[in-house]
Design a protein around this ligand. Sequence first.
Ligand code: AMP
Ligand code: TRP
Length: 334
Amino acid sequence: MSKRVLSGIQPTHDSFHLGNYLGALTQWVELQSTHDAYYCIVDLHALTIEVDPALLRKRILASAAQLLAIGIDPKKSTLFIQSHVPAHNQLGWVFECITGFGEANRMTQFKDKSQKSGTDRTVVGLFTYPMLQAADILLYQPELVPVGEDQRQHIELTRDLAQRFNARFGDVFTVPGAHILKSTAKIMDLQEPTAKMSKSAASMAGVIELLDTPEANIKKIKSAVTDTGREVTFDEKEKPGISNLLSIFSAITGRTVKSIESDYAGKGYGDFKKDVAEVVTEALKPIRETALAYLKDESALLELLREGADRAEAVAGQTISTVYNSLGLLPRKK
Ligand code: AMP
Ligand code: TRP
């Protein structure tokens, strides 16, 4: 039996961006060939930011469509929506009851986010978010959790909770390792190449979205900020703009930065940007079209997600009943 992986992504934006895609999601696709993969759209986590119901519904569907379009294959992976499997909330509560208040208070993501919005506007769900995340993970007993560096602390907490539960109530959980995604493909904002490409950027002009039209993306790449000088060479310090475009080109084509540099020896930024735009849009075009096709047939999409939820629930249901049993909760008579 191959090792199990589990990861999750929040449906908080209309489209995933090139950073999500090259930094994380392409690895999800790779891992499904070698691992028993569980991928979860964590819609309940998305309730910790302000909710617009119509928009949330649209974004959950768009997230599923994009994951399928980039190549998450429902025959290889179990792709599902968190709220379709109630065991996530059930185990989340159990973890809230074995997590210390101080321990939860030390989570840097909570501290950052709550500081930004102030205590009155910070919801309790943001505080308990990491315990729900631990439940997402431990329900499926994965060996590996592929996530970005920013999630390291949440995975550490997850490991602590698994060990704590096992020590107090019996050996129920596999203690997972983080599989911190290599930062080789850290994609920067095209307008501000010293900042990570991010969904929360002040302007979308430097953010390439998977669902954007090819025309829009070509325009964004052609207007990418470049640096003084005219050589296409990789130098993150002196030439962050060109270096970012080289990283993108390399990540998409699988070619080394060196070989791309040598192709552009003696040519200018203009030629290079034109080719980056072409490579990116050629890669994203089929993804966008496939995602839009999935979105056109909502009932087929929901059916795929139902099958995923059924498979996920079979695993999660077993874990939660073992957990309840270990805690001394009485089983309901059959
Ligand atoms: P987020 O929703 O921003 O937390 O991102 C979801 C996933 O995409 C995480 O695993 C991140 O590590 C990855 N990611 C986000 N932005 C970038 C970026 N600019 N470059 C590389 N990976 C990214
Ligand atoms: N907190 C993660 C993020 O912001 C999303 C997430 C929720 C997750 N549950 C998870 C990631 C379980 C991995 C496994 O990126």
